[in-house]
Design a protein around this ligand. Structure first.
Ligand code: F6P
Length: 368
């Protein structure tokens, strides 16, 4: 593409784990693109489909009625990093570099730019492809809300809604049976889902990866509640939480994935220990992918629409190598290279933690 000529054809993909709001972003890109005479090429199943050359033109009818639909109409994958691509060679999985195939397909499809919607892993890949000459624009998504360069990622609010609703439901059964209920949330190495969901759902104890917890604080809180006549307790634990001196609970290691570590299982341990130590009947629930599925909340629909429409504006202005971001109440953009690798983690002095403490939430530590 000559520097002065306008862009004509844009590729779009969704990478990594899905989350509510992806379709709203796709719609936010495609509709204004068509209004401005651009073609949008949908790449199937994230970078996996990019490497394998799977894509097709997106028409208006494809994005009609998808605003409220969860998942992604394009499909996604967390196993298709072109620079770290799992391939079966002689019956064995080997990791190979397939980035040249991506560049070839970009050219074969006649793309002038690529809009990559994804989390930290997708942004890393986007940055490397930028360095190879592709015109890339990033749109940040993740239920985990752990990207530092944007105040919020879409999908987070929808996940928090699911956690909050689950806690409401656990409250009624916990109170009927005088039990302790432990709910495990997703979030990987960041505690935002458990913190915000736990606050919204009135959890008594919230355990986060950022603050390794002291078992005694947890037991004490449950016992004290019981002593003063509160016959149930609710614990909200992030999948990445760990006791002081202990390790995160790993469910599986899969080297085909962009992040090979799959967390999960801390709720079972927490429930077992609480029951052993307090003698109170304790149950646990792992919310899992319920947090990623289903329709986006109105907040996420609005944020996704703003992100998508901003991304296509950046593309038309040829502001490549940038990631859309929310700063305060403004949508803006940052350099992708500045956005990657900086995780946003819960800090002890953040307002949500302080508010939690003020209403009596135990975070399992005296460090915040
Ligand atoms: O990053 C989003 C997320 O849902 C994490 O919260 C969770 O640890 C992980 O993805 C689960 O991944 P998968 O769907 O591959 O099991």
């Amino acid at each position: 593409m000559a520097k002065s000529s306008p862009i004509k054809r844009i590729g779009i993909l969704t990478g990594g784990g899905d989350c509510p709001g992806l379709n709203a972003v796709i719609r936010g890109v495609v509709k204004p693109a068509h209004d401005n005479g651009l073609h949008v090429w949908g790449i199937r199943d994230g970078f996996e489909g990019f490497v394998e050359g799977r894509g097709n033109m997106l028409y208006d009818k494809d994005v009609s009625g998808i605003l409220a639909q969860g998942g992604t109409i394009l499909g996604t994958s967390n196993k298709g990093d072109p620079f770290h691509f799992p391939e079966e060679i002689n019956g064995e999985i080997q990791i190979v570099d397939k980035s040249k195939e991506v560049v070839q397909n970009y050219e074969a499809w006649g793309l002038d730019a690529l809009i990559a919607i994804g989390g930290d892993g997708t942004m890393h890949i986007a940055h490397k492809l930028s360095k190879m000459g592709l015109n890339v624009i990033g749109v940040p998504k993740t239920i985990d809300n752990d990207l530092d360069a944007t105040d919020v990622t879409f999908g987070h609010d929808s996940a928090v809604y699911v956690v909050s609703e689950a806690l409401d439901r656990l409250h009624t059964t916990a109170s009927s049976h005088h039990r302790v209920m432990v709910l495990e949330t997703m979030g990987r190495y960041a505690g935002w889902i458990a913190l915000h969901g736990g606050l919204a759902g009135g959890a008594d104890i919230i355990l986060l990866p950022e603050f390794p917890f002291d078992w005694d604080f947890v037991f004490e809180k449950v016992k004290r509640r019981h002593l003063v006549g509160k016959k149930f307790s609710i614990v909200c634990v992030a999948e990445g939480a760990k006791p002081k001196g202990g390790k995160m609970v790993v469910k599986e290691i899969d080297k085909k994935r962009t992040d090979p570590i799959q967390l999960g299982g801390i709720a079972e341990l927490v429930a077992k220990k609480i029951e052993e130590e307090t003698g109170l009947e304790t149950r646990y629930t792992i919310l899992g992918h319920l947090q990623r599925g289903g329709s986006p909340t109105p907040y996420d629909r609005i944020l996704s629409t703003k992100f998508g429409t901003y991304a296509i504006q950046l593309a038309m202005k040829k502001k490549f190598g940038r990631m859309v971001a929310l700063k305060g109440s403004n949508i803006t953009s940052v350099k992708i290279e500045e956005a990657i690798g900086k995780q946003k983690l819960v800090q002890p002095d953040c307002q949500a933690v302080q508010a939690g403490k003020a209403v009596g939430v135990c975070f399992g530590t005296d460090e915040c």
